[in-house]
Ligand binder design. Structure first.
Ligand code: SF4
Ligand code: SF4
Length: 453
């Protein structure tokens, strides 16, 4: 089977060796978890608990009633000590529920509070979607889009393909690779469940060819999870951003998601590897999304590894014997991968449902040279996978011409960072585009809503 890909994109140094092939380690029992109340793309949640309440691991602690919302759950058992704003991985303050475990999670901690298991093949579609929502599952590789909404497209948008995004194209990160090598069956059962819920018979696992050794493992797991269906593992060229939804769809199906469109517009549902494993656990164990695997790495981390951590874990709180950070050499902390992640100011920021890694960079890894003037080389244009002209978007933003920035495609930018990476003048293009897009969202949010009829 030939390797597939999309046009443009970049070959970036992979930097995955320090954690590649290592088993994930579960973090030691936490003394506290700081749980962001809002971890989804939708209307804000309200806390369902008060300071002083005792909560059990898995208990729902915040929720909302809107269609694009999901609840959050206690990742550890303990007592609610505070509900207060804290800086989160997007660098913005948001409400967090601080839970402290008695005796560091030892005796006296109440039992788990999971839902009963549910047979996805024996329940209605409505019940299956409700289970996924009640488990608080959002896309674990992206912006936190609620999964139950993704799996329930309107009737005029039929789905032909369910795609598992197994590309993991971000440098440094190997958490999906670990999950596919050691929990392949769980992941494949989650994929089969999604195919069943959406009524789709064709599933594709899109795997970058730097992980080709996992193909037979995944094929065996796929056969076991779906003996009669059609679930194939397709190798993709190792190239950034191969794991971007739009590029994955194009590479695997030849279909192009239109500007401003969604995968469902071209008959596709895309789910990340960790999300599919979480879906399987929500049905089989009744377990809500209260923990995840992620990669902790970078030159200022003396103990690079994949870890399994409760949501709300503060990496800087973990014992030095487990994660050893060289604070004297630490120059930059990135939540997520180095291409699409966000630089934050401290390691005391909670792990969220969509935190796939934390990269602790040292001086050698830092390419933060002063910006120079644009030399009109065109490299940003040649390497933009969305076929935009980053140099022109940037100039429009710089000159304050926001309308021109929108006309030149600001909103179509997927914030992949390819342009910044290749720019010889070190112009912080993607950082400016993020700010510009946030400004656009603020303008949209301030628009008066049409009156209800
Ligand atoms: S303009 Fe946006 S989509 Fe294009 S390379 Fe830059 S960050 Fe990526
Ligand atoms: S890559 Fe940088 S220097 Fe080259 S045209 Fe784009 S913005 Fe200018």
């Amino acid at each position: 089977m030939p390797t597939k890909t999309f046009r443009r994109g970049l070959h970036v140094p992979e930097q995955k060796e320090p954690t590649e092939g290592k088993s994930a380690e579960t973090v030691p029992a936490l003394k506290q978890a700081v749980v962001p109340v809002n971890q989804h793309f939708g209307a804000p949640n309200q806390s369902l608990v008060a300071v002083g309440d005792t909560v059990r691991r898995g208990q729902k602690i915040a929720d909302a009633s809107g269609p694009m919302t999901v609840p959050v759950h206690a990742p550890i058992s303990g007592v609610v000590k505070k509900i207060e704003p804290r800086i989160q991985s997007n660098n913005l303050e948001g409400p967090c529920i601080v839970i402290e475990a008695p005796d560091g999670g030892g005796p006296g901690v109440p039992d788990d509070d999971f839902m009963p298991p549910l047979d996805v093949y024996g329940c209605s579609k409505e019940d299956a979607l409700t289970r996924i929502r009640e488990a608080g599952i959002v896309g674990m590789g992206g912006a936190g889009f609620p999964v139950h909404v993704k799996l329930n497209p309107p009737p005029h948008k039929p789905i032909d393909f369910v795609i598992a995004n197994a590309a993991e194209c971000e440098p440094y990160l190997t958490t999906d690779e670990w999950l596919m090598s050691e929990r392949a069956e769980l992941f494949a059962r989650g994929l089969a469940a999604v195919m069943h819920i959406t009524g789709v018979s064709r599933g594709i696992i899109g795997l970058e060819d730097n992980k080709a050794h996992l193909k037979p493992v995944l094929e065996a797991a796929a056969r076991a999870a779906l003996p009669k269906g059609e679930l194939v593992v397709q190798l993709l060229k190792t190239k950034y951003p191969q794991g971007g939804e739009k590029f994955l769809i194009t590479a695997l199906t030849g279909r192009e998601v239109p500007s401003g469109g969604l995968p469902m517009d071209v008959g596709c549902v895309v789910q990340n590897v960790g999300t599919l494993a979480a879906i399987a656990e929500a049905f089989e164990l009744g377990k809500p999304l209260i923990e995840r695997s992620l990669t902790i790495t970078g030159g200022a981390c003396r103990t690079p590894k994949n870890i399994i951590a409760p949501i709300g874990t503060l990496i800087g709180d973990l014992p030095q014997s487990f994660i050893d950070i060289d604070y004297s050499g630490l120059k930059k902390i990135i939540f997520g991968g180095p291409m699409m992640g966000v630089a934050v100011s401290t390691a005391l920021i909670p792990v969220q449902k969509n935190t796939s890694g934390v990269v602790l960079m040292d001086e050698n890894e830092l390419k933060a040279f002063d910006e120079a003037y644009c030399i009109r080389c065109g490299r940003c244009i040649r390497n933009c996978p969305c076929h935009l002209t980053p140099v022109l978007i940037n100039e429009s933003l710089e000159s304050g011409d926001f309308d021109e920035a929108l006309r030149t495609g600001l909103i179509d930018c997927i914030e992949c960072g390819c342009c910044s990476y290749v720019c010889p003048a070190r112009i912080k293009l993607v950082q400016r585009f993020r700010v510009g897009k946030q400004r656009y969202r603020n303008i949209q949010a301030a628009q008066p809503k049409p009156a209800a009829k």
